[in-house]
Design a protein around this ligand. Sequence first.
Ligand SMILES: NC(=O)c1ccc[n+]([C@@H]2O[C@H](COP(=O)([O-])OP(=O)(O)OC[C@H]3O[C@@H](n4cnc5c(N)ncnc54)[C@H](O)[C@@H]3O)[C@@H](O)[C@H]2O)c1
Length: 439
Amino acid sequence: MANLAVFGIGYVGVVSAACLAKDGHRVIAVDIDPRKVDAINRGQSPIVEHGLPELIAEVVAAGRLTATTDVAEAVRATDASFVCVGTPSAPDGSIGLSYVEGVCDAIGAALAVHPAFHCVVMRSTIVPGTMERVCVPRLEAASGRVAGKDFGVGYYPEFLRESTAIQDYHDPGLIVFGALDSQTGALLTSINKDLNCAINLVDLRTAEMVKYTSNSWRAVKVSFANEIGNIAKAAGLDGQRVMAILCSDHKVSMSPYFMRPGFAFGGSCLPKDVRALRSLARDMSVASPILDAVLVANAAQIARAEEMIHASGKTRVGMVGISFKPGTDDMRESPLAELAARLIGKGFDLSVYDPFVHEAYLNDLGAAGRGLEHDIALGDRLVPSIDALIEASDVVLVGNRYDEAIPPLQAAMGGRAIIDLARIKPGERSMGSYEGICW
Ligand SMILES: NC(=O)c1ccc[n+]([C@@H]2O[C@H](COP(=O)([O-])OP(=O)(O)OC[C@H]3O[C@@H](n4cnc5c(N)ncnc54)[C@H](O)[C@@H]3O)[C@@H](O)[C@H]2O)c1
């Protein structure tokens, strides 16, 4: 069991402090507000939260939770500080870091006179890069010590929901943290080891980003469901029933398959049907800002890929895939076909490897070129093999993943410029002549 300081006796800090103490750790809660400190020391909860008054009374009576305004005392008596101060919006919508900066300065000053190794773990919600750009430099400046060597640093976002916070602490949906040093990583791993949830130990920025992704995703879901509900009601339907049926489909509708960052959607259904639902909403005078934005965002992803080709400075482009997805020759509203047409229109010399579309052309199938809305003489541009495509290109644009194309593409990495919309190698990140669209 560890000795822990928790900075900030707000919603997150007080729940964490009480639950950590319940788990058997010795916890000192720290706040600049003496009323909150006094409340804890009297065994009372400073906030309204289900189960918290009883929990605080129990752990304070057991001597495992105390509170103070004295930062130096709290740091001196503990192995790690968990920082849970507020990060309210600044007037321009950016993150307000004044409390984070203040607490880093205060902990740093305490570290300057604290000989033992101490881990500083940020739990407040902070945008990616804040640990490296703000917290670590301030802690180092105030302490005169080196982060990751003389003291530990971690970022461990909190996902609890008010009203079910204690339950969420014991049964989390997600655990993620980053650490600069092995001691901090080991401490956070040991604190979480008995929970029935996978532990994701990542870099600091990834942990920061996961927190914002989680909250933004929840916000998008609420607004999407509301928008569907508004359209459904106007059409004489029960929006909650519609969404409940949708949510029962874990194979397609709720599948993680569609949650992988990459290229735009297309095909004969999604663009057409989003447009139609939007049009229905408009006819019924129902606002559909989310559906509107979906089409705008999709067009922006095609423009992003085009921009990546321009930025490569190459003119001979080899495109892997032109159908709207692998395994079909269907090019109706294929974003790759749209991209190909734009590149050709701007003078790029484009070749295409697409085994399914090529087969349709070779066999002169009635559907060959089906759905190709652009006049780009595709038949003349199709090449028979991935090797021929790589050979004929200065930059390869990977739009679809074909199994047989992966080894030659991976072999070409490093020697040939590659723009990857489909992730030919798991875990590969943009570097040198390789550029992934979202990684
Ligand atoms: N509220 C939630 O449900 C929730 C959930 C997950 C994450 N978060 C994030 O956690 C952070 C804290 O949120 P909250 O709702 O608990 O905030 P809060 O405003 O309720 O509490 C923050 C506390 O920090 C104290 N504080 C400020 N400066 C201090 C300092 N230098 N030393 C010690 N204490 C100091 C304040 O007095 C206050 O008591 C935020 O970044 C928030 O975005 C909140």
